[in-house]
Design a protein around this ligand. Structure first.
Ligand code: ADP
Ligand code: MG
Length: 250
């Protein structure tokens, strides 16, 4: 398995006026090319901090994060980050526009993605006329427009109700796999983690250390909704839940 990201002995301290907060304590982790890696851990443990450092939008204190072979990283923002006054096409083109990359080829690529993922009838509509799931697909396409190799997703479905969440997680997973991307996703939903992940990284309470890395192997593994019906699903669910529960009591 090829690595796309190598994280070695990573630590992060925040300095506030009153004190210092150690958010990440000596994390070493490799991310494999093409995998769907999910990070779970208690609220405030340092998950977003870790993702922000990988994405280059926050600084590390110690250690290294190596992005191999000049792979490009993309951050998927939440669906509610669509601008209400821009059409779906303009929202999807926004990242390209900001980066000065609005070439005909890139615009056609975005139109093709909108077409492939059921949004071609809505390119001139505004976000208010789309369902939560469709908006999330636009947010994903906006990120894919920049042709990243690795997608970072920080609790991407948290604003959605449960039913929509299941469907959208399924959609987003299928698109990411079809486009051959590597994904690193944060969630605190254990069911979501074991239905979508190739591997789940369980982090400890703050300062976050790696508690356990669990490879999710299922006999009939397919998409997240179907994986919930696999016989192994509940075992993984219990296994991850126990890991999280352990440090709640300690
Ligand atoms: P999570 O995403 O797991 O909920 P975060 O990575 O957002 O956690 O935060 C980890 C810890 O670092 C929290 O205790 C939070 O209060 C602290 N923290 C996050 N950002 C800052 C900041 N800019 N300055 C000071 N402390 C911060
Ligand atoms: Mg967070």
């Amino acid at each position: 398995m090829n690595n796309v990201i190598e994280i070695n002995n990573l630590s992060k301290k925040y300095y506030t006026r009153k004190c210092e907060v150690l958010a990440i304590d000596n994390i070493t982790l490799n991310v494999y090319d093409g995998e769907f890696l999910v990070i779970v851990g208690p609220s405030g443990c340092g998950k977003s901090t870790l993702l922000n450092i990988i994405g280059g939008i926050d600084n590390k204190t110690n250690g290294d994060v190596n992005i191999l072979n000049n792979k490009k990283i993309g951050y998927m923002l939440q669906s509610d980050c669509l601008f209400s006054w821009l059409t779906i096409l303009d929202n999807a083109l926004l990242g390209l526009k900001i980066k000065g990359l609005l070439t005909e080829e890139n615009i056609n690529y975005v139109k093709q993605l909108l077409n492939n993922y059921g949004l071609s009838d809505f390119i001139n509509s505004y976000p208010s006329s789309l369902s939560g799931g469709m908006k999330q697909r636009v947010a994903l396409i906006r990120t894919l427009a920049l042709r990243p190799d690795v997608l970072l997703l920080d609790e991407p479905f948290s604003a959605l109700d449960y039913q929509t969440r299941l469907k959208v997680a399924d959609d987003v997973y299928k698109i990411i796999k079809k486009e051959n991307k590597t994904a690193i996703m944060i969630t605190h939903d254990v069911g979501e983690a074991c239905s979508i992940a190739d591997r789940v990284v369980v982090l400890s309470d703050r300062p976050s250390k790696i508690k356990k890395i669990i490879e999710i192997v299922m006999t009939n593994k397919s998409s997240p909704i179907n994986n919930r019906k696999c016989k192994e699903f509940s075992d993984y669910y219990d296994m991850i839940w126990k890991e999280i529960d352990k440090y709640d009591k300690s």
